[in-house]
Design a protein. Structure first.
Length: 116
C-alpha cells in the first residue's frame, strides 16, 4: 500500500511564497510520476503541476512562471515551490502518485491560504 504525506501548507500574504513537500512510502514503490492538484471551496479538484520519473515537468497555465515542481526519485519525494502567491491560489493542495500498476494514490491534502 502506498501512502503519501504532505507538509508545508499555511497562511501567507499576497505575493508571498510557500513550499509544499510530499513523501511517498510503500513496498516496492514504482511509479511514473508525482503531481500536485488543488481544490478550492465549491470547485472541482484541478491539476497544478506534474513531475515525471524522467524529470519532465508540466504545469497548469494558471501557475506557470510562479510555481516550480521538483522530484527526487531516490527519496520518493516531490516538492512544489510556490512564489508570487495570489488569493486565487487558496485551496487544499493534494499530492498524487501514478504507480506503474496503473493505480493512483492521493495524500490527505494540505491547506494553503493566501490573504489579500
Amino acid at each position: 500500500q502506498v501512502q503519501l504525506a504532505e507538509s508545508g501548507g499555511g497562511l501567507v500574504q499576497t505575493g508571498g511564497s510557500l513550499r509544499l513537500s510530499c513523501a511517498a512510502t510503500g513496498r516496492s514503490l514504482s511509479y511514473y510520476g508525482m503531481a500536485w492538484f488543488r481544490q478550492a471551496p465549491g470547485k472541482e479538484r484541478e491539476f497544478v503541476a506534474r513531475c515525471s520519473w524522467s524529470g519532465a515537468t508540466y504545469y497548469a497555465d494558471s501557475v506557470k512562471g510562479r510555481f516550480t515542481i521538483s522530484g527526487d526519485n531516490s527519496k520518493n519525494t516531490v516538492d512544489l515551490q510556490m512564489n508570487d502567491l495570489k488569493p486565487e491560489d487558496t485551496a487544499v493542495y493534494y499530492c498524487q502518485l501514478t504507480a506503474t500498476s496503473g493505480d493512483s494514490y492521493w495524500g490527505q491534502g494540505t491547506q494553503v491560504t493566501v490573504s489579500s
